[in-house]
Design a protein around this ligand. Structure first.
Ligand SMILES: [Mg+2]
Length: 368
């Protein structure tokens, strides 16, 4: 350890970016996206950058609880700082906002470590692939048919061979509209493009079984959160009954959650979000846990946040290229990757290869 690589401080900024218009899925509406940016400063003066989506409350947690746990650690021992942060939130509750706040710091520390070594993060982590497949994701329930079809067909035309749309509209009450919308998109994207649907837990078990059969007959290959991701028995039943991939996992905040879901045989493909499950440190452990269960892993949301880490697990299926986050990332950061031929290919810039677009970001800066 040299004094140069010891963490001196964590600077935290919150950006709140309004959506283009109303945004909703089957079970939630939102009007903005909050990005919590962490910039570690080392004793030698080098600065890094990481972030996670969530709430301004994460910034409070970072300043009041995580900063002191991370400061003083050598950034080359990221997991030491990670362990100290996890211990520091014992009485606050690890799942939820604490895990998301730890994620923002953990990702920033990995980026900073890579910068000290002048390596792109995927090389530091040990990549098994140079580029990661993506699927275009959006198709929100708040879109009219024209916007829906235009967005998904646009990705297919760009050469992304898989796209995902939301179903479960009005918590399953508007299931007839779901079927109409899926049929329209199926026609528009062509046979060469896989179609995924995500109900965000909006259906009941019997409804999901009935609609899952209809979706499978329409050529849909991925049925995400057909029922609540807490209903492990229901997911397992649907997985056995339906000829498409049943998937979930985006609300996983710690390793035990994923182990429980895997033990219940609840998913064909696990989804995990490094911005929720306490960062890249735990996300890679989730990948290993899935490998031990012969289960592929797909990264949930945040393409810029996952592109490097996703080069590492042999059992990675793909990254979600979510419209809302891709838009926000390119507004706030320089260096954001765009898909080419259906893949994201990390550059050779050090770390995550990102920098804050200070002037552009200034207008979204949220006091706190
Ligand atoms: Mg989802």
């Amino acid at each position: 350890m040299t004094a140069e690589t010891v963490i001196r401080d964590l600077e935290v900024s919150v950006y709140t970016v309004p959506t283009e218009g109303p945004e909703a899925d089957g079970t939630l509406q939102w009007k903005d996206t909050v990005v919590v940016v962490v910039e570690p400063v080392l004793e030698g003066g080098l600065r890094g950058l990481g972030y996670a989506y969530g709430s301004p409350a994460m910034a409070v947690l970072i300043r009041e609880h995580l900063r002191d746990a991370a400061v003083g650690h050598d950034v080359h021992a990221v997991t030491g700082a990670w362990e100290a942060m996890v211990r520091s939130v014992r009485n606050l509750g690890r799942p939820g906002l604490c895990s998301m706040a730890i994620a923002a710091v953990d990702i920033a520390l990995w980026d900073t470590k890579a910068r000290t070594l002048a390596l792109p993060l995927h090389r530091l982590l040990g990549a098994v692939r140079e580029a990661v497949p993506v699927y275009g994701s959006g198709g929100l329930t708040s879109y009219g048919d024209e916007e829906l079809v235009g967005q998904l067909r646009g990705w297919a035309e760009q050469g992304i061979p898989r796209v995902k749309m939301k179903v479960g509209m009005d918590r399953g009450a508007s299931w007839r509209r779901d079927l109409e919308r899926v049929a329209k998109v199926r026609d528009a994207v062509g046979d060469g493009c896989e179609l995924f649907v995500d109900a965000n837990g909006g259906y009941g078990r019997t409804q999901a079984l009935r609609l899952g059969r209809e979706y499978a007959a329409m050529g849909v290959t991925w049925f995400e959160e057909p029922v609540s991701s807490d209903d492990l028995e229901g997911l397992a039943q649907l997985r056995d009954a339906l000829p498409l991939d049943v998937t979930a996992g985006e609300y996983g905040y710690h390793l035990d959650y994923f182990r429980t879901m895997l033990d219940a045989r609840a998913v064909d493909v696990m989804q995990a979000d490094a911005g929720r499950c306490a960062g890249i440190t735990e996300w890679l452990r989730v990948a290993a846990l899935c490998a031990a269960h012969q289960t592929p892993l797909s990264a949930h949301c945040g393409p810029a946040l996952h592109a490097h880490a996703a080069c590492v697990p042999p059992n990675l299926r793909h990254i979600e290229y979510f419209h809302t986050h891709a838009r926000v990332d390119s507004m706030l950061f320089d260096g954001v990757l765009t898909p080419e031929r259906g893949e994201l290919r990390p550059t050779e810039r050090p770390g995550l290869g990102l920098s804050v677009r200070r002037e552009a970001a200034e207008r979204y800066l949220t006091p706190g």
